[in-house]
Design a protein around this ligand. Structure first.
Ligand SMILES: [Fe+2]
Ligand SMILES: [Fe+2]
Length: 274
């Protein structure tokens, strides 16, 4: 089976390309499940109920988030009710949202998805290693694959989590830095790994925000709104092939598609794979 994780979706430009791209990618790549990190989908920070609906309607099966999860607090009832959106599992038990989710592919194969947050150069959270050790035994035995979105800043932290979970989950894929890394690989015990799968947003930007706004604050220390950038939008993510018999990954491939690539895919050209 094949599962795609799209990197942090940033604002309307990111959402629009996801909405156009996901139906095409599903078909062209024969994806069984599509996951997206949507922590930046509402104006660059947070997610709203309407955007949750928009992304799921576009064909996103499951949503992960990160440090911006509660920026738009109207999402909290969705986090408490919906079964296809998770909060970081190493947030305190009192934080709204579910710690893990199980999604069912059209073939009937069940896949667990867990979000964890790193602790290096980030707001303090509970131990992600203790959280995953607590959760993995709770996953039902009929679940054939486990995907971990490790939302973290430091590549060393991400590598360590990947190695820690090698052979225990199908994939450890990083988000949060918005910059894709070229280290996709399958570890010896069958866990697919990549430090960061990138971003769905403007590549002519600073992490999806306009260069001028970030520069102004950096140079003058005067706080300004970081507007969402809209030039040269890319759809970035990584898909993993998993053997449902063993839960081990058999292949990992990162993708980064321009708007033109997505239009080409719509015409059946199938370009843009790196
Ligand atoms: Fe992000
Ligand atoms: Fe983040």
């Amino acid at each position: 089976m094949r599962v795609l994780l799209l990197g942090d979706v940033v604002g309307k430009p990111g959402r629009q390309l996801v909405a156009r791209g996901v139906p095409l990618l599903r078909k062209q790549l024969q994806l069984d499940l599509v996951l997206a990190n949507a922590e930046n989908s509402a104006g660059g920070s947070g997610i709203t109920p309407a955007i949750y609906q928009e992304l799921t309607a576009a064909g996103v099966d499951g949503i992960t988030l990160g440090d911006h999860i509660y920026r738009r607090s109207e999402i909290i009832p969705v986090l408490e009710r919906a079964t296809n959106i998770v909060r970081p599992a190493n947030y305190p038990a009192t934080a709204p949202g579910r710690e893990w989710m199980v999604l069912t592919a059209p073939s009937g194969i069940r896949v667990a998805v867990i979000s964890l947050m790193g602790r290096v150069f980030m707001r303090p959270v509970d131990c992600p290693w203790a959280a995953i050790d607590r959760i993995l035994p709770q996953i039902p035995s009929d679940v054939r694959a486990v995907i971990v979105d490790f939302h973290a800043e430091a590549t060393s932290d991400k590598q360590l989590m990947g190695r820690y979970l090698d052979g225990r989950v199908s994939a450890v894929l990083g988000t949060h830095t918005h910059v894709p890394t070229a280290d996709e690989q399958i570890f010896p015990q069958g866990t697919a790994f990549q430090c960061d799968v990138g971003m769905c947003g403007s590549s002519h930007s600073i992490l999806g925000r306009t260069i001028d706004s970030v520069l102004q604050t950096t140079l003058t220390f005067r706080p300004v709104l970081f507007d969402v950038a809209s030039d040269d939008v890319r759809l970035s993510g990584t898909y993993v092939d998993i053997d449902p018999g063993s839960g081990r990954a058999t292949a990992i491939q990162r993708i980064s598609l321009t708007q033109q690539d997505v239009s080409g895919w719509g015409k059946g050209k199938g370009r843009g794979e790196e």
